[in-house]
Design a binder for this molecule. Sequence first.
Ligand code: SF4
Length: 368
Amino acid sequence: MAQESTPLPIILPDAAWRARFRRSLRRWYARCARDLPWRRSRDPYRVWVSEIMLQQTQVATVEPYFKRFLRAFPTVRALARAREASVLRLWEGLGYYRRARQMHQAARQIVEQHGGRFPRDCQSVRTLPGVGRYTAGAILSIAFDARQPILEANTIRLFCRLLAYDGSPQAHEGQALLWAMAECVLPRQEVGTFNQALMELGSEVCRGRGPACDECPVARLCEARRLGLETQIPRPKQKPTFEYRREAAVLLRRPGRVLLVRRAEGGRWAGLWDFPRYRLDAEHEERRREELVEKLRRQTGLAVELGTCLKTIRHGVTRYRITLTCYEARRVSGRLKRRASEPMRWVRPAELDDYPLSTTGRKLCRLV
Ligand code: SF4
C-alpha cells in the first residue's frame, strides 16, 4: 500500500489499491450476492425498514418479519396511520422494541414534515428518530445512490482486517480510522450496490466466526492476511458479565378475564403489554410468594390468592439472565388502580392475540 497524506496513525490505501479493491469486490458481488427481499427494490421506505430490522438481528430472522411488515404497512403513510400497538404486534419476537416505536414516530415525522416522501438530504434523515450515521448512509446510498459511507459490524471487521488495525474499533481513534476508510473506498457511481457488497463480503466471507480467506476476492489486498493475523483481528470484545436474577409473572384471573399491564416508558419493553411481572429478592419460596403478593397489591390495589407455579422459563434480556416463574392467582378483593403510566386491563383470553407482548409474555398466553 502506498502512502497518502493522513493524520491517522494507520495509512489509508492509495488510489491503485482502491481501484483494484472496487473491481474485485464488484465482480464478486455480481456473482455471489444473496437474493434478499429488501434488495428487490430501491424504495427508500423498504430500505429503511430493512436497515432498522437488521440492526442487531440476523438476516434469516428478519426475512419473514420484513415480508409481514411490508404487507401490513406497504408505505410510509400506512405506517404513520397505524396504531403503535399494531406496529409492536408485528414486531413481536424481533426484540429491541424501541426500534419499532422510533420507526413509527419517524413515519409520522416524514408525513408531517416531508409530505410523506422520504427525505433525500442527510441532515433531514438524521433528524428521524432511530436513524444514526450508519442508517442514514445506508438508506441514502442504497435508495438514491448518494455518496455516503457506511460502517456497521460487518464492515468494521472487514476494514480492520484489510488495514490490519488491531486497536479497538469502538474507541474514538478506531472509529475515526474506520469511517475514513469507509469514505476513501467509496466509488463515484453505484454507491449503494458497492456498500451492500462491502456488507455482504463482511457477512459471508470475512466472517466473525472465522474468515474464509481462500474464497476471498480481495485476499491479495488484505494486510491482516499478509501478516497472518486474520484470526486475531479485530481484537475480541470483552465478554459481557451477566447478572442473574429471579422474576415472577402472575396470571391474575377474574371470571372470564386475565389482567394485563402496559409496560411503562423508559423501562424494558416500553409500550408492550405484559402479565404483572416483578423482580423477586427473597431467598426462599415461601418468602418469595409473600413478596410477590405484596408487590402485586402495591401495583394493582388488589388482594389476591396466589395459586400454584405453572411454569418456569429461563431467558436472557440484554445482560440479565433471568429465571422467570409463572404463578396463577385469583382476585380476592379490591379495585384495580388507575395508573396513567402503566395502564392495566382485564382482557378476555380471545383478545390476547391483539396485544403486543414480549416473547415470554406470549409463551405465558398459552397457559391462559
Ligand atoms: Fe477477510 Fe481473509 Fe479476505 Fe482479509 S483475506 S478480507 S481476512 S476474508
